[in-house]
Design a protein around this ligand. Structure first.
Ligand SMILES: Cc1ncc(COP(=O)(O)O)c(C=O)c1O
Length: 320
């Protein structure tokens, strides 16, 4: 049945950036009264760095794009960042250099209301932390079994999905928990008005009648950076432009292919929705081809997409 989603843990011995300096993650102390912890008043990003064995580098994928979205999320939550996008990119590269992981790694920037005050408001001091976690495949990449969730996606006028807000992930956690307890790998959200929105932590694409479809930014989605990357690859390499339009629930059942995209999920085909096989019930040709193309670009193995990644040289650790 469904694979229990893997948990990827941060190590206290690793370097992080916190309070304006590089510190060991285990040395960071946060009060339980921290506003962000009590009220979900934080924003975050998830960035992947792929290990490239032949080059001896970590290839940090779409670094700038992630910090540009981070800045926009902060604006929505009235968080004033102490650094520019360029500085945030540089700090992230320095954390990676210090940790020097020779494996696929996930980077988590987090900005949150750090005041230890009781009371819900946004005009409060904020803090910025950045840490890294080793991360392989977050979900299986050969075929997920999904269910449409009875939990609806939070609306833009309630808790905006466009911003990557820590508190929003309660919506995700409820849907994933319900889906996994029922034996599915992941949940697909509908919007309040019943259109397909996105999966728990990934955007969704359908192939129908030879066309590539995805819900529009008004369908209460996080506007995924992988979503943009996949649209670019599909158009440029497969000659398949994407149509962004409202998608009905049963279009999922009628689709030839369904696949999910995200920094964590990467490109994950969906082979079943609500007990109905999608297409042949196996990974389809469009998802399969996009997976190959995406990994070549993301691992820094394809010069044409060289500007997707930033290389970090990782020295081999001295033995002993
Ligand atoms: C709710 C949600 N939607 C979509 C995505 C995909 O976004 P991205 O491709 O930028 O990682 C994520 C990724 O973390 C997510 O949490």
């Amino acid at each position: 049945m469904s694979a229990e989603r893997k948990a990827f843990a941060a190590s206290d011995a690793d370097w992080a950036y916190h309070g304006g300096e590089y510190v060991k993650l285990g040395d960071v102390r946060l009060s339980p009264a921290t506003h962000g912890l009590n009220y979900g008043t934080g924003v975050f990003e998830g960035i992947r760095a792929y290990w490239n064995e032949s080059k001896g580098t970590l290839q940090v994928l779409k670094l700038r794009e992630h910090y540009e979205r981070f800045e926009k999320s902060c604006r929505i939550l009235q968080i004033e960042l102490p650094h520019t996008v360029d500085e945030l990119c540089d700090i992230t590269l320095e954390v990676l250099r210090r940790n020097a992981p020779r494996e696929d790694t996930y980077i988590r920037p987090l900005a949150y209301k750090s005041a230890t005050a009781i009371g819900v408001k946004l005009a409060l001091d904020s803090e910025l932390s950045i840490f890294t976690v080793p991360m392989g495949n977050y979900v299986e990449l050969t075929g997920l079994r999904c269910a449409v969730s009875s939990w609806r996606r939070t609306s833009d006028n309630a808790i905006p999905a466009r911003a990557k807000l820590t508190g929003s992930y309660i919506n995700t956690a409820l849907a994933v928990d319900t889906a996994q307890r029922a034996g599915y790998d992941d949940a697909i959200f509908l919007t309040g008005d019943g259109h397909v929105s996105e999966a728990s932590a990934a955007n969704i694409f359908l192939v129908r009648k030879g066309a590539l479809l995805t819900p529009p930014p008004t369908a209460d989605i996080l506007e995924g950076i992988t979503r943009d990357a996949v649209m670019e690859l599909a158009e440029e390499e497969l000659g398949l432009p994407t149509t962004q339009r409202d998608i009905g629930r049963t279009e999922l059942y009628a689709a030839d292919e369904v696949f999910l995209t995200g920094t964590g999920f990467q490109i994950a085909p969906v082979v079943e929705v609500d007990e109905r096989p999608i297409g042949t019930g196996e990974m389809g040709p469009v998802a399969g081809r996009l997976q190959e193309l995406y990994f070549a670009a993301a691992r820094g193995e394809w010069d044409k997409y060289g500007d997707w990644t930033v290389a970090v040289e990782v020295a081999r650790q001295a033995a002993g």
